[in-house]
Ligand binder design. Structure first.
Ligand SMILES: [Zn+2]
Length: 494
């Protein structure tokens, strides 16, 4: 089996009505089509239609899987072209309540949501689907960066009873949430919320053993997602830059890479899926979609999941995507199973996960210096910290890099912009206590991602600029030239 697999998610009516699209998808190298089935209490498509769509895909030699949207989005995140498509759960499903007392639909857990999802999974299995994914509305926060959990009367009573808390504790919790204070009370709330979501997932997984979880961008405990609980299940790493505006910026690309690196701590490469999403469906160019493929290659995410809600992205995209998919698959073969290593450290601590605003310090990833993922604060190398981690981590040292606004004793501050990061880099290259001799880096002060795989004796160089670049990789005294097309990736053997 090929290391890199390509998948696409489609609505059943698209599968049945767009044979030319399916032919293009197959030709490009997609091996599995995921069909949208159950939507938060609704079956918008007849079961017989789901079966027909499944048969059509399989007759073309591709495999199938099913996607459930278990809890509903807080707004329209599906982009249905059909009028009357249900955008929220039925009336007998309760709304979620935020810490501000405002209600929202979707992304909360009350009866009968799980019972209905378990029943739906049984139906989907009877239709012959084996692999299934819950979409990223399987979370207990309306959006990334928001401290979730449902603050309705029912959840309040359950939480206070489970923890022996009082009304005063509840008021304190609301204050801790609103000021993002990382207290033991807030942590108890996160545990309570995570327990709820994990219990729900386990009940659903009992009905469908090959159920995977699509985690949202930087999804973690504050949204009820205790990542370690999903070990062994397929996991989609969270991404966010779904249009040209957000992904077009260098920082958009490094944020995306940052989230994928974080989630890969919790999933094996062959169980990892990307969130290669365009939303609305035509707002991400084919070139940017190709660039997103590099994020998965660098992070050893072996399954690319193309998504765009219920409306497929433009057919012409596949002409540009097909050769890029083949190239990334070849690159992936050479780095698969190897971890990026380097002196710059990617770190996402518990304060970020419990109370942070999901704004990572990520731009260091584009400084042409190799990096590695760490689950602790290091003394060697340089660890880049979010504001929440800077504020709450107890053991900072002078190799911790923070944004100036978050400065704290014991750390170094560097603005998260490329000029300042390259100036900082100048203090490290060729210096006795700087970047170790023999560590590869890109000579030019041009934004580019250099991922170093010592086990494979090579680097991947991802050009994050919209124009081609002639770059130089330095290793000790050697200088290795590499030309990289706009947004493309090249492998450099060392
Ligand atoms: Zn509730």
């Amino acid at each position: 089996m090929k290391i890199r697999q390509y998948h696409v998610s489609l609505a059943p009516d698209i599968i049945l009505n767009r044979p030319e699209l399916l032919a293009n998808i197959r030709e490009a190298g997609v091996s599995r089509v995921w069909i949208c089935t159950f939507f938060y209490g609704h079956w918008p498509y007849e079961l017989e239609m789901l079966t027909r769509a499944k048969t059509v895909v399989e007759k073309l030699g591709m495999k199938t899987g099913a996607i459930l949207i278990p809890l509903g989005h807080p707004g329209d995140s599906l982009g249905s072209s059909q009028g009357g498509f249900p955008l929220s759960p039925p009336r007998n499903w309760k709304l979620g309540t935020g810490s501000d007392g405002k209600t929202y639909s979707g992304t909360s857990l009350h009866a009968p949501a799980i019972e209905e999802n378990v029943a739906a999974i049984k139906v989907i299995r009877k239709l012959g689907f084996d692999l299934m994914f819950v979409d990223d509305v399987f979370r207990l926060s309306p959006s990334p960066g928001r401290i979730g959990g449902c603050f309705c009367d029912e959840h309040r009573a359950r939480f206070l009873s489970a923890t022996g808390g009082t009304d005063a504790d509840w008021q304190q919790l609301l204050q801790d949430v609103s000021s993002r204070r990382d207290t033991s009370l807030l942590r108890k709330w996160a545990v309570f919320t995570c327990d709820d979501l994990t219990t729900a997932f386990r009940a659903m997984r009992k009905a469908g053993p090959h159920l995977g979880n699509m985690v949202m961008y930087l999804g973690s405990e504050k949204a009820g997602i205790r990542l370690a609980d999903y070990a062994g299940a397929p996991l989609r790493v969270g991404e966010l830059m779904f249009d040209n505006n957000s992904f077009g910026r260098v920082k958009g690309k490094t944020d995306e890479l940052f989230s994928a690196l974080f989630h890969r701590r919790y999933v094996k490469p062959d169980h990892a899926y990307s969130e290669t999403t365009a939303y609305p469906s035509s707002s991400l160019s084919a070139q940017n979609m190709c660039a997103k493929l590099s994020v998965s290659t660098i992070t050893d995410v072996r399954n690319t999941m193309f998504m765009s809600g219920l409306t497929p992205f433009p057919l012409e995209h596949w002409r540009t995507l097909a050769p890029a998919m083949k190239k990334q698959a070849q690159l992936h073969e050479q780095v698969a199973g190897h971890k990026p290593e380097g002196p710059f450290k990617h770190y996402w601590g518990e304060p970020s996960r419990y109370v942070g605003n999901d704004q990572p310090y990520s731009l260091f990833l584009a400084c042409g210096v190799p990096f590695e993922v760490s689950s602790r604060i290091n003394r060697d190398g340089w660890t880049f910290l979010s504001d929440a981690d800077t504020a709450s981590e107890p053991h900072l040292n002078d190799h911790c890099i923070a944004r100036p606004n978050a400065a704290k004793r014991g750390n170094v501050t560097v603005n998260e912009d490329l000029d300042d990061l390259f100036a900082f880099r100048r203090t490290l290259i060729g210096k006795p206590d700087g970047i170790p001799i023999g560590t590869p880096y890109i000579v030019e002060e041009t934004p580019a991602v250099l991922a170093w795989y010592p086990g494979a004796n090579c680097c991947l160089v991802w050009n994050v600029n919209t124009e081609a670049k002639n770059l130089t990789v330095a290793v000790g005294d050697r200088r290795i030239p590499v030309s990289v097309a706009s947004l493309d990736t090249e492998l450099v053997k060392l």
